[in-house]
Design a protein around this ligand. Structure first.
Ligand SMILES: [Mg+2]
Length: 259
């Protein structure tokens, strides 16, 4: 096995919506048997690393540890801590994001109470119960409390079985629009933070790692920014859109990739 560390995207690679991509899972199992470490890296902030680790363990048939899962929510909580220390945050997002923020030592203000200063950051991820009340709380936190904006990712859409749905980026846009403030932190891909953090933690050099994903604009672009070789696998978004970008390898399924 040429690569010591595989940085593997989830949606469009391990599964597509609710359906598991068997060939890709098989290939990942055999890569692991041949000695590669696998870290899963997803822009989805709605679920925690703990939930993903459990789900991946069941699918792959070995114990995937929490340390081997990076979500944009976890990355955001960590980046926030690394740069600013523990913060008081108003969260526009779901349970997974709240869990990661609390685990990193941040204190979470209940968004349903509106914005009660002091609030240091408005933290934004995909929130499928986003509404005007939450938008107003975020707006007030920025305008009245002087909160900064930090976001899990800027994905405008998220692919689903029959097309796509609005992503975190669409929610961020509404907050940026009303406050005229740009985010000071973007944690997810195409920003390279998650890839670089994984390399550091595993003690692996860039040339020994391989990023695997289904999207040009996030996975392949993050790999380019991190200076890591990449594989575009056509079992997800790019395959559906018949997109090919300048990934180092483009394969229909991972089983076409020689180990
Ligand atoms: Mg994907």
């Amino acid at each position: 096995m040429k690569f010591k560390l595989l940085l593997v995207d989830l949606d469009g690679v391990v599964w597509r919506g609710g359906r598991i991509v068997r060939e890709n899972v098989e290939w990942l199992r055999s890569a692991r048997d041949k000695g590669a470490s696998i870290v899963f890296v997803t822009n989805n902030s709605t679920r925690s690393r703990r939930i993903y680790a459990d789900r991946l363990s069941a699918i792959l048939g070995y114990t995937v540890s929490v340390e081997d899962v990076y979500t944009s929510g976890y990355a955001l909580a960590r980046l926030l801590y690394e740069r600013y220390g523990p913060q008081r945050v108003l969260v526009i997002g779901e349970e997974g994001l709240v869990e990661e923020l609390v685990l990193q030592g941040h204190s979470v203000v209940n968004v349903m109470d509106g914005a009660r200063c002091p609030i240091d950051f408005v933290v934004v991820g995909l929130d499928r119960s986003f509404n005007y009340h939450k938008l107003r709380a975020a707006h007030t936190a920025v305008k009245r409390c002087g909160a900064k904006i930090a976001v899990a990712n800027m994905d405008n859409v998220v692919p689903v079985e029959n097309g796509d749905v609005p992503g975190a980026g669409a929610i961020v846009s509404s907050i940026v629009s009303s406050t005229s403030q740009a985010p000071v932190i973007v944690a997810g891909k195409p920003e390279p933070y998650m890839f670089l953090a994984a390399l550091r933690e595993k003690g692996v050099g860039r040339e020994e790692a391989l990023a695997i994903g289904d999207r040009c604009d996030t996975d392949v672009e993050a790999a380019r920014r991190a200076d890591i070789p990449s594989v575009l696998v056509l079992t997800g978004v790019a395959g559906e859109m018949r997109q090919v970008c300048n990934a180092d390898y483009v394969v229909g399924k991972l089983t076409e990739l020689e180990l």
